[in-house]
Design a protein around this ligand. Sequence first.
Ligand SMILES: C[S@@+](CC[C@H](N)C(=O)[O-])C[C@H]1O[C@@H](n2cnc3c(N)ncnc32)[C@H](O)[C@@H]1O
Ligand code: SF4
Length: 404
Amino acid sequence: MAQLPDGEPVPDTGVLPESALADVGGRGFGVYLHVPFCASRCGYCDFNTYTASELGGADTEGYVEAVLAELALAAKVLPAPPRVDTVFVGGGTPTLLKPAQLGRMLEAIDGTWGLAAGAEVTTEANPESVDPASLRELRAAGFTRISLGMQSAAPGVLRILDRKHTAGRAPAAAIEAREAGFEHVNLDLIYGTPGETEDDFAASLAAVVGAGVDHVSAYALIVEDGTRLSARIRRGELASPDDDVAADRYLAAEAALSAAGLGWYEVSNWAADQAARCAHNLLYWRGGDWWGLGPGAHSHVGGVRWWNVKHPAKYAARLGEGLSPGLGREVLTEEQRHTEDVLLRLRLSEGLPLDVLDEAGRAAAGQALADGLLEPSAYAEGRAALTLRGRLLADAVVHSLLAW
Ligand SMILES: C[S@@+](CC[C@H](N)C(=O)[O-])C[C@H]1O[C@@H](n2cnc3c(N)ncnc32)[C@H](O)[C@@H]1O
Ligand code: SF4
C-alpha cells in the first residue's frame, strides 16, 4: 500500500500502511484518551482544553458518544492488535466527567481490543475535582493509577499559576486516593514560577514526600506563546523564569526525592520502584505504539503519526457523520525516527545504546563522557546514560549526539 505524503488528511476509511501494521504490539500498545474540558484555564497552560463558554455547543455526553464512535472506527483500522498494555486518560481535566462516563469509555476500550492482564490504567485529575467517593468509584471502574496536578505547596505560587485548589488539597487527595485503593499515585510539580522562593519549593518537595506518593513528576515552568502568563511577562508584570534558578530547583528536587527513596528514571520523573514507573509514558519514550482518542489527540503506530481535529464540537460533528476525526498525518522518515529515539531515550536512566548513534554521534558521546555528562559505568557497557550534571544539560547533550 502506498504511503500518504506528509500532512495529507487521513482518509475516512482510516487505513494504515502494511509496514506500520507489521509487528504492532511488538513495541507495546497503549491508548491515550484526551478529555478537553476544564472548569477554568490556568494562565500558563496551552493544552487543548476548553471552558464551558468556549465549547460551542459541545457537551460531555456528546463527547463520550463521539469517543465511542472513534473507537468503533479505530477497531476497523487496527482489527487485531495485541492487548492494551496501558491506558492514560489525560486532559484537560478528566475528572470533570463523572466516574461512570470515564468507566464507560474504559469499558469500550476493553471491549474493542482487550486490556492486558495487569494493565496500567491512569487518569489525570485536578485535586479539587475529586473526593473520597469519586476516587472509590474511579478505582471500581478499573483505574489503577492517578496523577494529580499539585504544582506547588505555596499559596502565592498557586495564585500566580491560577490554580483553584488550596495548598493542602493535593497531598490530601493523594492520601484519599491511596485509601480508595489506588496502587499508584503521582503528584505533578512545577518549579521556577516567577516569585517562587527556594523555601516555597522546599515546602512543595516536603509536601509530596509527606503525602507518601510512589511517583513524582517535576517540570520547569514553560512560558508558552499565546498564554496569559506570557502576556504578563511581556508587560513586565512578572519576571521571566531564570535558567540558573531552574537548575538549582532541579538539584533540590533530586536531593529531596532521592533521600525519600524516589529514584529518577526519566529526567523529570521519579518513582519508588520499577512497578511505580509510569508504563504508559515509558511506552512513548521507548518508541511504542498508541492510539490517541479524543479531540486533538495524537497517535503513533509503526512510524506513522496522526492527529485529530482539536475542537470538541468539530470532533463530535465529524464522527456524527461517520467520518474519521483525523486532521493530518505523517510517515516518519528514518532520520526523524532516529532523532526521536535519541531525544527520548537519552532522557531515561536506562540510557541509550551507543550503537544507535552514527560515527559523529559516538565521537560526541566520548566527549560528553570526558566532560562528566555521561556515566562511565554505563558507557563501559555500551550505553549513554546521563550523570546528574548531564541531566541539567540534557538538551545540549542530545544536540551534540545528533551532531546538530
Ligand atoms: C495539562 S495538565 C493536566 C492535568 C490537570 N488538568 C492539572 O492541571 O492538574 C498536566 C500537567 O502538565 C503540566 N504543565 C502544563 N502546562 C505546563 C507548563 N506551561 N509548564 C510546565 N508544566 C506544565 C502540569 O504539571 C500539569 O499537572
Ligand atoms: S487545569 Fe490542567 S489542563 Fe486545565 S488549564 Fe489548568 S493546567 Fe491546563
